[in-house]
Design a protein around this ligand. Structure first.
Ligand SMILES: [Zn+2]
Length: 732
């Protein structure tokens, strides 16, 4: 075809088949290149319209295009779409392990008859002899290698089978054009792809990786659940994804979100395929607001209006981070990306790698270091991300679309220190990594420093007074501004670039940003244990106490049976105005909320309106997880009439612990029948006496009760048990 004809035919097909009027970005040039039978290498971020680049030329070419794709879900998705566009099933097929024999026969028939324009194949299936034999029978228009970064160990999901692709293609016939596509490729991954697929002559099409509509932010990991819930609640009726590193965390966080009134579903590879598919559908249909997922979620899910992506844990690589955040705002609209960072998470990730082979560990460590540097640096996030993908970006173009560009910054004049650092790097023969250089400046006698006698050099420790943060900041920016480069092939050793060498000769003034300190996070176990930090509304507290007294009188119950003081206090910081919200208050379970809640909610609602109170969005975070599992188990064991001591020892907790758990179960409105246990310990008359006392008691205090009833007569344990019985029978 002549160029003009191609052009006309291209637009016709784009309109007729896909229903678009115009090509995006470089699509047209890419497709033309493929139609001219040239090898083509496409690096285009997610959402750039990658698949059309091979789908359209496949439809226009003679024969069948073979598309290699790593994920069955992804293949199915694309085949479904093509069939919907094309109006016929035979136009596209996939060949993978999910098909039975009859289905495979049908696929082969359609391909042989020439009706199939695209055949999707998993790399594992591609290298099978029978499939190679089959493909040799047909005309292959070209081979598309999707997710081509899987070829490289430096990509974020290396697949060894990808290394065999070139060999297979050579077996299929001569001069079959290859198109390699990826949405993430650092310069290193790019090299690997070209080398491995032997595509030296390929035309490279690289789009910018800048996603200007995404807002990037890294927060220190503190009160993580609360922060996440607050974030989600401040983005009502929008959908988002929360990524966690482990399946266990996924389950925990999803449960906590639900407990706090957010519709969330977990997603990870450990779930049944059917459940996973349902979850995806519900997300697409917006039956759930949030998916809490491991990185297994997202590939092939094309929801254009995901409004936020939260990283509960810092991701393992910048590529992963870019991919996952890239799922936000695909329609060009709002997309907020928040990652939580704690140093101890890094330790966890490092531990995962401990058992891996040395080379893999070495690579993993370097990849991880990039993430740490990203999280800790105060330089524009966008500039850092794009630098990672080999793009130079001036932060002025960020438009305050990252936390660092919005924050107040501390600058320092870096000229002299940069010159000195570059000199040191040069003097040490460009043979050391950033860690070593920083240790050298700080005068730390690490084993490596000592081994090389660097502690005997006059410059050793010369920068100690400037502090660690300054040196970390300086080296990071020396890299981001291309005064030095990291030699990825050899352990990330720092090399002087041309401009680095020039700077040593004639330095000019440079202003660097000092990293902000990420304050250490609290222990995660404390998540949600702490109650809202708002100030107590004493006026409301007075009113609530009066109401409680009134109701107690009506029902002839002591006030503390209704709601206990800590619960009232909390109502005065969180202002619950619905039964659901009331249930979030500590010590108020579903039972209590239903039984006594209505007049309290009524009063608070009126109070909030009259006083124009701005209610905090974040209610108390109810943490479920382990704690609730323990409670559930205790309740079950009590139903089976097992002695409390025995339950405690089976659960590995003390008797005091179990009493505390039982109290908290009863306090929050669950009825427990402990008579089997109490009747053994306390005779009936004494039980009646204690009951009568509690009925008339003004305050809820075991000490007070002990004083009144006499410590010779009763033990603390007995009174605790009786109080549990009393609250359970009268309050719940
Ligand atoms: Zn920025």
């Amino acid at each position: 075809m002549r160029t003009m004809e191609i052009k006309k035919s291209l637009f016709d097909n784009l309109q007729n088949f896909f229903g678009f009027d115009n090509f995006k970005g470089e699509q047209e040039a890419i497709i033309t290149n493929i139609l001219q039978k040239k090898d083509t290498f496409v690096i285009m971020p997610t959402g750039g319209g990658k698949s059309i680049c091979y789908q359209l030329p496949a439809l226009m070419s003679e024969g069948t295009a073979v598309v290699i794709s790593p994920l069955i879900a992804l293949m199915k998705n694309q085949v479904d779409q093509l069939r919907a566009f094309g109006g016929t099933d035979s136009i596209a097929h996939f060949l993978n392990s999910s098909l039975n024999k009859a289905e495979i026969t049908k696929v082969k028939q359609d391909v042989l008859s020439g009706e199939t324009k695209l055949l999707y194949v998993a790399p594992e299936s591609l290298s099978k002899a029978e499939n190679i034999d089959f493909l040799r029978l047909i005309t292959v228009s070209f081979v598309a290698v999707d997710e081509a970064h899987c070829i490289s160990e430096w990509g974020h999901d290396f697949r060894p089978e990808y290394r065999k692709i070139r060999q297979v293609i050579s077996n299929l016939g001569e001069n079959i054009p290859i198109i390699a596509l990826t949405a993430t490729a650092t310069p290193k991954v790019q090299q690997d792809i070209i080398k491995n697929l032997q595509m030296n002559k390929a035309t490279l099409f690289k789009s910018s990786f800048n996603r200007s509509n995404l807002f990037y932010e890294v927060r220190p990991k503190r009160n993580i659940l609360k922060e996440i819930i607050r974030f989600i609640k401040s983005h009502p009726s929008k959908t988002g994804i929360v990524y966690c590193l482990s399946r266990k965390k996924v389950e925990e966080v999803a449960e906590a979100l639900n407990l706090n009134g957010i519709k969330a579903l977990p997603y990870h590879a450990g779930l049944e395929p059917k459940v996973r598919a349902d979850t995806q559908d519900k997300f697409l249909m917006e039956d759930v607001e949030v998916i809490v997922a491991t990185i297994a979620f997202g590939m092939g899910i094309d929801k254009p209006d995901v409004r936020y992506v939260i990283h509960h844990d810092i991701p393992k690589s910048m590529e992963g981070y870019y991919q996952e955040t890239g799922r936000a705002g695909r329609d060009g609209g709002e997309g907020v990306c928040v990652a939580f960072y704690a140093e101890k998470d890094i330790d966890k990730l490092a531990k995962f790698m401990k058992d891996k082979p040395v080379s893999e560990r070495e690579i993993g460590t370097q990849i991880l270091k990039e993430v740490i540097d990203y999280a800790e640096s105060s330089v524009c996030r966008r500039k850092q991300i794009l630098h990672y993908f080999g793009e130079n970006f001036n932060e002025a173009g960020c438009g305050e679309m990252c936390d660092n560009c919005r924050a107040q910054k501390t600058h320092f004049d870096g000229a002299e220190k940069l010159q000195h650092t570059l000199q040191v790097i040069g003097a040490l023969g460009e043979k050391f990594d950033d860690h070593h250089i920083i240790s050298f400046m700080m005068g730390e006698e690490t084993p490596q420093i000592v081994a090389y006698d660097h502690n005997k050099l006059p410059e050793f420790g010369g920068g100690k007074e400037d502090g660690l943060t300054l040196w970390k900041s300086l080296l990071r920016q020396a890299l981001l501004n291309n005064y030095i480069s990291k030699d990825i092939d050899s352990y990330g050793l720092l090399r002087l670039t041309k401009s680095g060498k020039a700077f040593i000769e004639s330095p000019h003034s440079v202003r660097f940003v000092l990293n902000r300190q990420m304050e250490a996070g609290e222990d995660e176990q404390e998540d949600g244990g702490q109650q809202g930090g708002g100030t107590l509304d004493t006026e409301l507290l007075k009113m609530l106490k009066e109401l409680r007294k009134k109701i107690a009188k009506q029902k002839s119950l002591p006030p503390f049976v209704i709601f206990q003081d800590p619960s009232l206090d909390e109502m005065c910081t969180h202002y619950p105005v619905s039964v659901d919200e009331l249930k979030q208050i500590q010590g108020v379970g579903a039972g209590k909320a239903m039984k006594f809640g209505a007049p309290f909610i009524e009063l608070i609602k009126k109070y909030v309106e009259e006083n124009d109170i701005d209610r905090p969005i974040d209610l108390v975070i109810k943490s479920a997880a382990n704690k609730s599992a323990l409670k559930v188990s205790i309740i079950q064991n009590i139903d089976r009439k097992i002695a409390l001591e025995d339950i405690a020892s089976a659960k590995g907790i003390t008797y005091e612990d179990i009493i505390r758990e039982v109290e908290s179960i009863v306090n929050s409105g669950t009825k427990l029948n402990l008579n089997y246990y109490i009747d053994e310990m306390i005779d009936e008359d004494r039980q009646d006496e204690v009951f009568d006392y509690f009925r008339s008691a003004e305050v809820d205090s075991i000490d007070e009760a002990l004083k009144e009833l006499g410590s010779d007569e009763y033990s603390i344990e007995e009174l605790q048990l009786m109080r549990i019985k009393f609250l359970s029978e009268l309050g719940n």
